[in-house]
Design a protein around this ligand. Structure first.
Ligand SMILES: *[C@@H]1O[C@H](CO)[C@@H](O)[C@H](O)[C@H]1NC(C)=O
Ligand SMILES: *[C@@H]1O[C@H](CO)[C@@H](O)[C@H](O)[C@H]1NC(C)=O
Length: 250
């Protein structure tokens, strides 16, 4: 038996890239490890690394344990195949995990995973605000601000398209507030054109469509349109964008 100590093969040092895992707030997420062929796992240790290292789950000769004082206490489960399952994922669970595997010969394998948690993009609210020049000039051209707001959702990016599939020409369109506000100058020939706002993140996507020209017609001469327009700039658009918009309209 003593001579077996001298015959241990060199530790495997194969580099494994960090595995990226995506979670959704309120749902469960599974963090799996790939065990190399022939690697007979005797022990496994799951740790959460950010901000401070915490022991989350262990496996030893077939039995699992998750009753450790970690942020996942009471909502984690380690399966026999070494997959760590976290129930009811929270935004704050985003971070790095490591899994240390030890085989029956004492060799180790380490796996790194990064969990990114997102909240689903909820239904969108699209609003149209006509500009003052648009109201006075609605028979010819109409300038509008379209705002697109998702009630909830994290790391959301906004994009816009026209239903006539034409590109948004730069001379007639501007984006503000990271794409959440679109300014458009419409001609009467755009009367039927609708604009679609798409809000997306890594786990979900939502779209809403509106035909802004209808609002140009309806709000022409309406006393409350101007009030609404100023309101949206003050509430939705930050001051810097307000100043920019005032510059645009002279
Ligand atoms: C591990 O086991 C769990 C529970 O049986 C299962 O849901 C999961 O798909 C398994 N994962 C892998 C990678 O086999
Ligand atoms: C999501 O947004 C948060 C807060 O702004 C940021 O810390 C995080 O890095 C973002 N995640 C991704 C994957 O972009």
């Amino acid at each position: 038996k003593a001579s077996a100590c001298c015959l241990l093969p060199a530790p495997t040092a194969a580099a494994h890239a960090t595995l990226q895992v995506t979670g959704v707030v309120g749902r469960a997420v599974s963090l799996g490890v790939d065990v190399p062929p022939g690697f007979q796992v005797r022990e496994a240790i799951w740790r959460y690394l950010t901000p401070a290292e915490e022991l989350v789950a262990t496996y030893f000769r077939g039995s699992t344990e998750t009753l450790y004082q970690s942020r996942f206490y009471g909502r984690s489960r380690l399966h026999g195949n070494l997959t760590l399952e976290i129930c009811q994922v929270e935004l704050g669970d985003s971070g790095s995990f490591s899994a240390l595997l030890v085989n029956t010969r004492g060799q180790t394998e380490r796996r790194l995973l990064h969990l990114a948690v997102y909240e689903v993009v909820s239904q969108l609210t699209l609003q149209v605000f006509t500009s003052e020049s648009g109201r006075h000039d609605s028979a010819r051209a109409c300038e509008v601000f379209l705002t697109c707001v998702a009630a909830s959702g994290t790391n959301v990016t906004y994009s816009w398209g026209r239903t006539d599939s034409e590109a948004l020409s730069v001379d007639k369109h501007s984006l503000f507030k990271a794409g959440q506000v679109l300014w458009a100058k419409l001609d009467p020939s755009d009367g039927q054109v609708s604009y679609t706002c798409t809000a997306a993140n890594a786990v979900s996507q939502n779209s809403a469509t509106i035909t802004p020209w209808d609002h140009c017609q309806r709000e022409a001469g309406a006393d409350d349109a101007r009030y609404d327009y100023k309101n949206i700039l003050l509430i939705v658009v930050p001051l810097s964008v307000l100043l920019l918009a005032m510059a645009v309209f002279g």
